[in-house]
Design a protein around this ligand. Structure first.
Ligand SMILES: C[S@@+](CC[C@H](N)C(=O)[O-])C[C@H]1O[C@@H](n2cnc3c(N)ncnc32)[C@H](O)[C@@H]1O
Length: 454
């Protein structure tokens, strides 16, 4: 029987069955069980394991394709439209600290009446919002109107007790990047999305949908620095700052830089480095190198605090330097061994992308390298990973089995900054136009794009 004669439904179920076995074996080989959805999240050594990750993605891709195939098309489309309520309900619960209150209540959960007194929100709204999410496997309703955490909802916690949150409400998103991102998604991103259609139909009118919705010419991160936006600014910093540690295995950065073949005292520049969380990872792995973390002045202020808390010695010895620098101006560090940018250029349209890379090319020496840590956008018909192709009948790229799922990220970049994830051809072409030759791509959760000067 040729491939296209295989019943696609059966093929999808076969993928799920086979990959479930792979997943279970990976856990049992480590004396663990596949985590139950009913129990709050606990990290295991398998979180970033490549076999587990690949198998999870195939199961997810096959399961959604199975649903898309068998569900009534109207119901499927209506389900997509409901996505805004996922964002709005998650945002509400994070805002009124329900995850922390439920954490303190423990596995038996809390009745909505008690939640209502703790949050000052009407219990009937709370019941409906929590039930909406519990029906989608986030939180569980343990008995009528009594809700508790499950594996997914437990991740909404802000890493602080209610007492700490009440003492320091402005800092409640510190070290809680997922909760911070949920608030951004349900606030600035959702608001900015209302201008999406208008912007796409007439992109000359503003820099991005965000600028139309908020009636500002500023980029989002400049806008958050305006007086009165301290809470927004602080949660934005938190959403970015800890993402490197929380979402990406450190090997992406350590292997992307090839620090072991560099010479002691070679200089690494983290361009637009935020507080320097990737540099912290690198500095632990390659303590003989020197580092410069560059960002705008406000971020460098936050960076000082970050390094005070995480490795003050690296600053006092001068091994790590924090430098206010605008990457649209000439690069002050000449002839560095490596200039790297993590998730910077995806925030910018092509014209600005070229300006940033051209400034780095002017400062680079003959042996300097440029490394971009970004996602690789794939055509649906395209399979560019080094691993095996997605099995029939999955989409080749492979749909929602991509890691991380690109549609949300891409929509967010377009809405907030008119930025984008780029394809292999775009990286090659824009590199060439800025004086850099794309020499190698190391695929991963974030890919490392390694360039040499032309
Ligand atoms: C998405 S964050 C990435 C931060 C960091 N690379 C990381 O991965 O944690 C984008 C960063 O670009 C910085 N940025 C924006 N415009 C800049 C400019 N003109 N010059 C330098 N940094 C800038 C922002 O302040 C922010 O820290």
């Amino acid at each position: 029987m040729s491939t296209n004669q295989v019943d696609p439904l059966k093929a999808l179920i076969d993928i799920i069955t086979a990959q479930t076995t792979v997943l279970q074996s990976a856990y049992s080989n480590n004396n663990l069980q596949v985590p139950s959805i009913d129990v709050p999240f606990q990290s295991t050594p398998l979180e970033f394991n490549p076999v587990v990750t690949a198998s999870r993605h195939l199961i997810v891709a096959a399961a959604l394709q199975l649903i898309a195939t068998v569900q009534s098309p109207i119901e499927f489309i209506q389900g997509r439209l409901g996505g805004i309520y996922d964002t709005a309900t998650l945002g509400l619960l994070v805002d009124i600290n329900v995850p922390e209150i439920l954490k303190e209540a423990g596995p038996q959960g809390l009745h909505v009446n008690k939640l209502s007194s703790a949050t000052n929100v009407d219990s009937s709204y709370l019941a409906r919002v929590l039930r909406y999410l519990a029906t989608r496997h986030i939180f569980k309703e343990v008995s009528p109107d009594v809700f508790a955490h499950n594996r997914l909802s437990s991740l909404l916690n802000k890493a602080k007790s209610m007492e700490e949150i009440e003492e320091n409400p402005i800092g409640r998103f510190d070290n809680a990047p997922l909760a911070a991102f949920i608030r951004i998604a349900s606030d600035e991103l959702l608001n900015a999305s209302t201008a999406f259609t208008s912007f796409i139909k007439n992109p000359q009118q503003a820099s991005a949908p965000f600028n139309i919705a908020y009636n500002t010419p500023k980029k989002m991160w400049e806008w958050t620095e305006e007086p009165g936006r301290e809470v927004v600014s602080r949660r934005f910093t938190s959403a970015i700052k800890d993402t490197a540690r929380a979402m990406y295995p450190p090997e992406i950065f350590t292997s992307g830089l090839d620090g072991n073949i560099l010479q002691p005292n070679d200089v690494i520049v983290d361009v637009g480095g935020g507080v320097g969380s990737v540099t912290l990872t690198l500095q632990k792995a390659y303590p003989d190198l020197r580092y410069v973390v560059q960002d705008l002045e406000q971020q460098i202020v936050a960076a000082r605090k970050f390094w005070d808390e995480n490795n003050l010695r690296a600053i006092t010895t001068g091994q790590v330097q924090l430098q206010a620098h605008d990457f649209f101006k000439p690069q002050p560090v000449k002839d560095a061994a490596v200039y790297f940018l993590r998730q910077i250029i995806h925030d910018w349209p092509d014209e600005e992308y070229r300006k940033i890379l051209t400034n780095l090319r002017s400062a680079a020496g003959a042996h300097s390298k440029l490394v971009l840590f970004e996602m690789l956008a794939k055509h649906v018909t395209e399979d560019l990973d080094s691993g095996p192709s997605a099995p029939y009948p999955l989409l080749p790229n492979p749909g929602v089995g991509q890691d991380p799922p690109q549609p949300l990220i891409c929509r967010c970049l377009l809405t907030m900054y008119n930025g984008k994830e780029r394809t292999y051809e775009e990286y090659t072409q824009l590199g060439k136009e800025s004086g850099w030759k794309l020499e190698e791509v190391r695929p991963g959760k974030l890919s490392a794009f390694i360039f040499i000067p032309i």
